[in-house]
Design a protein around this ligand. Structure first.
Ligand code: 48F
Length: 264
C-alpha cells in the first residue's frame, strides 16, 4: 500500500509564482506611502508600530535581512537590554518581561525584547522591505524631502565593474531618518549643503536620553529624525547601551509625523 503523503502536491512553479506575485503586489502598493521610515532599529520600529496602529500607511526600509538594529545586543556583545525609567512602561506595553536592577533601572533580554518589538510593528500593519538600502533622497519644490531612492543591499557589495545597477525611487509625504549614529538620510541633505550636522558628542547618559527625546522632530521640511540620528544631527551626547530614549524617541517621532500629516 502506497504511503500517504504528508504535504500537498504543490510544486516549484506555484512556490515561485507565490513569491514573485506576492512581493510585486505589496511593493507596488508601497511605491507611494504616507511615511517611509529608513532604519528598522528600536526607534524606527517603535515609530512604525505607532503610526501603522493609527491607520497611517507606513513602510520601513532596512538594509539588513534582520530587523532590530542595536536592540538585539544591549552592549559589549552581551545581550542584556537596559532601560532607565520610564522606559520600562514601553516594555510593559510590548509585553516584555524584565527585572528591576535598582530604582529607575530595568533590564531584559535582547532577543525577547527585540522580537516582541518587531512582532508589534508587524501586527500593527507596517510594511517592511529588508535587504534594501537607502541610497538617496527625493527632493521637490522648496527642497522638501518627498521620498527615498533605494537599491538592493547586495548591489553595493558587487565588484566595482558591475555596480552600475540603477536604483528605484519611492514617494512619501514624510521620510524618517531612524538609521542610528550614521544618520544616512540627513547625510544626503548635508552633501547638498541643505543641512549642517554637528556629529554626536561624548557619552553622558544622564543628559543624552532626555535630550534625544526633546530634539526628536522635523529636521528639514519633510524629514523627521529619531533615535541616535538625533544625536548626530544636533551634537548631543551619546548614551551607550541603554534604550529607553530610543523607544520614547520613536513614540514622540510618530506623534510629530501624525501632526505633519494632518497639515498636508
Ligand atoms: O542603530 P540602530 O539600532 O538605531 P536607533 O534606533 O537605536 C540606536 C541604538 O541601537 C544604540 C544606541 C542607543 O541605545 O546607541 O545604537 O537609533 O538601527 C538603525 C537601523 O538602520 C539601518 C541599520 O541596519 C539598523 O537596523 N540602516 C542604517 N543605514 C541604512 C539602514 C541604510 N542606508 N538603508 C537602510 N537601513
Amino acid at each position: 500500500m502506497a504511503k500517504e503523503k504528508i504535504f500537498s502536491d504543490v510544486g516549484e512553479k506555484e512556490v515561485t509564482r507565490a513569491i514573485v506575485e506576492g512581493f510585486s503586489k505589496t511593493f507596488n502598493e508601497y511605491v507611494d506611502s504616507d511615511v517611509i521610515i529608513v532604519g528598522g532599529g528600536p526607534s524606527g520600529l517603535m515609530a512604525g508600530k505607532e503610526l501603522a496602529k493609527s491607520g497611517i500607511k507606513t513602510l520601513i526600509i532596512e538594509r539588513n535581512n534582520y530587523l532590530g538594529g542595536g536592540f538585539w545586543i544591549g552592549g559589549y556583545l552581551m545581550n542584556k537590554i537596559t532601560v532607565r525609567a520610564p522606559g520600562q512602561k514601553v516594555l510593559d506595553e510590548l509585553g516584555v518581561p524584565y527585572e528591576k536592577v535598582t530604582e529607575g533601572l530595568y533590564m531584559t533580554n535582547g532577543p525577547h525584547a527585540c522580537s516582541k518589538l518587531i512582532a508589534a510593528a508587524c501586527d500593527a500593519g507596517v510594511m517592511i522591505i529588508n535587504m534594501t538600502k537607502f541610497d538617496d533622497i527625493v527632493i521637490r519644490e522648496k527642497n522638501r524631502v518627498a521620498g527615498a531612492v533605494i537599491n538592493w543591499t547586495p548591489v553595493s557589495a558587487l565588484p566595482r565593474e558591475i555596480t552600475c545597477v540603477d536604483p528605484v525611487a519611492l514617494e512619501s509625504k514624510i521620510v524618517v531618518d531612524a538609521t542610528g549614529h550614521d544618520a544616512c538620510v540627513v547625510a544626503k541633505l548635508e552633501e547638498r549643503g541643505l543641512i549642517k550636522t554637528k556629529g554626536f558628542g561624548a557619552m553622558w547618559v544622564e543628559r543624552s536620553e532626555d535630550l534625544v527625546v526633546e530634539y526628536t522632530g522635523e529636521a528639514h521640511p519633510g524629514l523627521v529624525v529619531m533615535g541616535m540620528a538625533v544625536s548626530t544631527v544636533y551634537g548631543l551626547p551619546r548614551m551607550g547601551p541603554t534604550f529607553g530614549a530610543m523607544l520614547l524617541s520613536g513614540k514622540k517621532g510618530a506623534e510629530v509625523v501624525k501632526e505633519k500629516l494632518k497639515k498636508k
